[in-house]
Ligand binder design. Structure first.
Ligand code: ATP
Ligand code: MG
Length: 566
């Protein structure tokens, strides 16, 4: 796999366009890209793809990358979202040069340009209500009809626009529209709305404005003002490109090139801010940063690294057609990265008590454990061992089937870094009939995990000494949805009917090795044999909380091996 990773700089159709523009000296041989989120929700992994693409291009071609909030709709936008987005962009490692830009800072300039278009007869004030505008617009097969206000004299338009701005008219009573072509085959060109009246305070401009620009009107202007060269967006804006171009040409100002690429879709989750907001508002998850959420803050809390997210973005690449990416690839990138960097520790999720009968009462010793076999510089640590231990419940079976090699009556196994133990009996819970405690003997000659006589065991178990263990809450996650496509629903149901009721399992009282008691939020570990875990934000000294980031097994690596073998 390493050979694939060592591939050269990324190459795709957008980078080809940029290279060609640099070769021909278009737009002064400059490169400036931007990431333009609307602050109406937290960022998700789809946004990470866009950030990685825009920032990556700026970096590779010696250009600039802008972080600009497209804050043109005061009703849905909040400072909380602005703050979270800045955090997430930083965490992803995109360098926006310390400048946070806001579309709302350009409102005055946008307004002046609107006046200019009115003067040129290219925009007019329309008194139709929203539903009338829709009715007049026509359909894909039927041309639209001219608004009765389309022929308004310039002077009257200027006066009405000015009064719209001053707040003389109620919400929805008038709009400013571009005067383009009501018969255009492209519906976006049928006199689109540029300004709507909204008497709503804005999170940055307060009460200064009561008319707000639409996305189509504002976006190209924002790009132009900032000297963006390549305005990269998702495919749903392809039909808007003629309008993007029309506004900039009508004003004769700097004209970036809009380029569309396929948005990221991911199996077993949803990537839509509107839907994610619904999950948060309905309390279906712990919040925007719930570790099950595909949000950047959720991934971070879950234990993802920015490196893993970037590697995932690099591997999925950039294309012009929509597809759905297997979430297994994201998890694979995560495991690869965590495998390199995570210290190994031992913890038990579902404990079963083991008493070693021939180990002296009251004796305690420490065994030496390797911190990271992938990284010798990580060194070793000492882990306490004792007469009473916990092992994983599923590592013992009273009547094991043929293929079960772990602990069973009469069976000998290795305890990692410690000794061979042999099961000599099980004490049952009288109520449930389930094993409550296992009785074992140990072989003192096997200290460190090898038998001097060369005898072999078929299993190595992780364990924690009962007398020394710290107790932790561990939250184990599964996919947020039960179906790869959450929109695949029964008649009459909606996407939320596919929410996975077992997406979070909370285990309490899990014994973990004592060295973890002081681990702070965000610290990541591999729990031997179990997976990767990180300390949750909810964790406190004395009340440890871990998230399981991802299990150890990696179906994706197997798939890839299969492909290479062929
Ligand atoms: P959502 O569809 O989740 O509501 P959005 O497109 O409305 O997201 P914006 O804040 O407008 O959210 O997005 C900022 C940028 O991120 C845009 O350039 C948009 O094209 C890009 N983007 C949004 N979703 C994805 C995605 N799934 N994959 C790639 N890029 C995306
Ligand atoms: Mg959008």
């Amino acid at each position: 796999m390493a050979n694939q990773e060592a591939a050269g700089p990324p190459s795709d159709f957008i980078r080809d366009i940029v290279k060609e523009d640099l070769r021909t000296g278009k737009r002064g041989g400059r490169v400036c890209t931007r990431f333009p989120p609307e602050p109406n929700g937290y960022l998700h992994i789809g946004h990470a793809k866009s950030i990685n693409l825009n920032y990556g291009i700026a970096r590779e071609f010696g250009g600039r990358f802008n972080l600009r909030f497209d804050d043109t709709n005061p009703v849905k936008e909040e400072q909380e979202y602005v703050d979270s987005i800045i955090d997430d962009v930083r965490w992803l490692g995109a360098d926006y040069g310390g400048r946070v830009l806001f579309a709302s800072d350009y409102f005055e300039q946008m307004y002046r340009w609107a006046v200019e278009l009115v003067r040129k007869g290219m925009a007019y004030v329309c008194d139709l209500a929203a539903d009338e505008v829709t009715a007049y617009r026509g359909t894909l097969t039927r041309p639209g009809r001219d608004s009765p206000y389309r022929g308004r004299p310039v002077e009257e338009n200027l006066d009405l626009l000015e009064r719209m701005r001053r707040g003389e008219f109620p919400d929805g009573s008038r709009t400013l529209r571009a005067r383009i072509d009501m018969a255009s085959p492209n519906l976006n060109m049928r006199d689109p709305v540029m300004y709507r009246i909204m008497h709503a305070p804005h999170h940055r401009t307060g009460g200064a404005w009561c008319i707000y620009p639409t996305y189509d009107w504002a976006h190209g202007l924002e790009d132009s003002i900032e000297g963006i060269t390549h305005s990269i967006c998702t495919l749903e804006f392809e039909n808007h490109r003629p309008l993007y171009d029309w506004f900039l040409d009508a004003l004769g100002i700097h004209h970036p090139q809009q380029i569309e690429f396929a948005r990221l879709n991911l199996m077993y989750t949803v990537l839509s801010k509107r839907r994610l907001l619904e999950l948060v508002q309905e309390g279906r998850v712990r919040g925007w940063d719930d570790p099950r959420m595909p949000t950047v803050s959720g991934l971070r809390r879950r234990g993802y690294t920015p490196e893993a997210v970037r590697e995932f973005c690099r591997r999925i690449g950039v294309a012009k057609f929509d597809g759905v990416v297997d979430i297994g690839l994201l998890e694979h990138c995560l495991r690869e990265d965590l495998n390199r960097r995570s210290p190994r520790v031992m913890g038990v999720l579902r404990p079963l008590r083991v008493v070693i009968e021939n180990y002296p009462e009251g004796r305690a010793e420490e065994v030496e454990a390797v911190n990271n076999p992938e990284d010798p510089s990580a060194g070793v640590r000492r882990v306490p061992f004792g007469r009473v231990l916990y092992i994983e419940r599923e590592d013992f079976m009273e009547e094991p089937p043929k293929e079960f090699f772990r602990l069973a009556p009469g069976r000998e196994v290795r305890l990692r870094y410690a000794y061979f133990i042999k099961c000599i009996g099980a004490v049952k819970d009288p109520r449930t009939g389930e094993p409550a405690e296992i009785r074992c003997t140990y072989d003192p000659a096997t200290r460190g995990g090898d038998a001097p006589d060369g005898r072999k065991v078929k299993a190595t178990l992780h364990w924690v000494s009962a007398a020394h263990a710290a107790a932790a809450e561990v939250r184990v996650y599964d996919h947020l949805f039960t179906k790869a496509d959450p929109d695949d629903v029964e008649p009459g149901q909606d996407w939320k009917s596919n929410l996975n009721p077992r997406s979070e399992e909370v285990l309490t009282g899990c014994p973990v090795e004592p060295g973890l008691a002081s681990a702070g939020p965000g610290s990541r570990f591999q729990f031997e044999r179990l997976g990767y875990f990180c300390v949750d934000n909810d964790s406190r000294p004395g009340a440890l909380v871990f998230n399981r980031t991802v299990a150890l097994k990696d179906p994706w690596a197997k798939i890839q091996k299969g492909h290479r073998a062929r």
